[in-house]
Write a protein that binds this ligand. Structure first.
Ligand code: NAD
Length: 429
């Protein structure tokens, strides 16, 4: 018992440290971006923390009759541009620091793809894998009741994130509509289509990553037909991406989940793997011949896509990374030191705040459709997403080349500028 408690304590400490580092490194890059753009220190002071951070305690009756008090958070980073927007994460490792960092990233993403939003984020410390459907419903509704005063279609619009899905969004929308006594589809995005969800939302992040891969490959003169791609993570982002890359004629030579990776230099059978994966994005347990996640990152390939968790490419393994292009579908997979090293080596790294912005873009489309009460076809959504992502990629690439900075710093420069200008015009700074 003593040992397992020690191990848990160490794990908690490591996670706290990692979250702190993620927030710290986001702030470091924001500071660099603001300095490059010539903004004074007070702009950084405004942007280094969310404007609002609500912590809530949610009592839920569990199926066995006991009461469990869950802790949840909602961070609203900056609403100078417009209402804040960002997902709600259900995960045992959710923390205040992580939610803060994620809300800042959402502000940057909104700025990069030029949406009329600021960034927000929410989370509940829980393990949905160990909860029943009715318990999850009670928790989702309880969370909305707890945060209802600070959210709303023109205030702060939640969405799905890790371990939350369209069913959870539907419960949350229903709860909010009951509290406000009018139907409010624009309160939340990522809903089922029959409740005002948008076509193309589920695969939007992967579509956006696919567009970034295609644009990056053009810059590097890599032909995607036959290009070797490695994807870490086989959840929502990773699995749709594997399918899209496979469909473009690229060779997905490795994928992984939390338990390990599968590798075949001749290309994996993606349709088969998609068929066998479970709803948590796991598939490798069905196979004997697996590799570790760290081996997967170091494989010989043309394009590497981390699509799982933070802090995967660090100063410890960056020397062994062989890809020419890295496109970050996950949030925060590469540390600042590793980014600098890759940049020096001429690796083209498309940062998370740009590469994974397809999800929030189609969430915005969903909100627009809800507000106007008129719905678009899948083709219309895809066409608009294509335009937004290509223009965002070009814009960031141009800033990177003209200002001689890496793509991450360039993306942050684009992302903070709109927020800083809106805050200035409002007279906040
Ligand atoms: P998901 O929960 O659907 O899938 C996560 C995948 O990563 C699963 O295959 C899981 O097994 C794997 N994984 C978990 N822990 C791992 C570990 N320690 N090592 C290796 N693999 C591990 O999540 P998702 O929605 O696909 O999101 C993945 C990443 O992309 C996250 O960083 C998320 O914040 C980011 N992202 C997702 C979206 C979206 O719309 N889904 C949007 C923007 C950013």
């Amino acid at each position: 018992m003593g040992n397992s408690e020690d191990t848990n304590k160490n794990k908690d400490e490591v996670e706290k440290e990692e979250n702190k580092n993620v927030l710290q490194s986001t702030r470091t890059v924001i500071k660099r971006a603001l300095d490059r753009l010539g903004y004074p220190q007070e702009v950084f002071e405004l942007m280094k923390e969310p404007l609002r951070m609500l912590t809530v305690r949610i009592p839920i009756r569990m199926d066995d009759g006991s009461i469990h008090i869950f802790t949840g958070f909602r961070a609203q980073h900056n609403d100078a541009v417009g209402p804040t927007k960002g997902g709600v994460r259900f995960h045992p490792d959710v923390s205040e620091t992580e939610v803060k960092a994620l809300s800042i990233w959402m502000s940057l993403k909104a700025g990069i793809v030029d949406l009329p939003y600021g960034g927000g984020k929410g989370g509940i410390i829980c393990d949905p894998r160990e909860m029943s459907f009715p318990e999850l419903e009670r928790l989702s509704r309880g969370y909305v009741r707890a945060i209802s005063q600070i959210v709303g279609p023109t205030k702060d619009i939640p969405a799905p994130d890790v371990f939350t899905n369209s069913q959870i969004m539907a419960w949350m929308m229903d709860e909010y509509s009951r509290i406000k006594e009018f139907d409010s589809p624009g309160f939340i995005t990522g809903k089922p289509i029959v409740l005002g969800g948008s076509h193309g939302r589920e695969s939007a992040t992967a579509k956006g990553v696919t567009i970034c891969i295609r644009e990056a490959a053009k810059k590097k003169g890599i032909n995607l037909e036959g290009a070797r791609i490695v994807i870490q993570g086989f959840g929502n982002a990773g699995s749709f991406l594997a399918k899209f890359m496979h469909d473009t004629g690229a060779k997905v030579i490795a994928i992984s989940d939390v338990y390990g990776g599968l590798h075949d230099p001749d290309g994996l059978d993606i349709d088969y793997l998609l068929d066998r994966r479970d709803s948590f994005g796991t598939v490798t347990k069905l196979f004997k011949d697996t590799i570790s996640n760290s081996e997967l990152l170091e494989l010989d390939c043309d394009i590497l896509v981390p699509a799982a968790i933070e802090n995967q490419i660090t100063k410890e393994n960056v020397q062994k990374i062989k890809a020419e292009i890295i496109v970050e579908a996950a949030n925060g997979p590469t540390t600042i030191e590793a980014t600098e090293h890759l940049n020096e080596r001429g690796v083209l790294l498309v940062p998370d705040v740009l590469a994974s912005a397809g999800g929030v873009t189609v969430s915005y489309f969903e909100w627009v459709q809800n507000n106007q009460g008129y719905y678009w076809t899948e083709e219309e959504v895809e066409e608009r997403l294509e335009k937004v992502m290509v223009s965002a990629f070009d814009n960031v690439y141009k800033v990177a080349t003209s200002r001689k900075v890496d793509m991450r710093l360039a993306a942050y420069m684009v992302g903070v500028r709109k927020m800083a200008e809106a805050s200035r015009f409002r007279g906040w700074i």
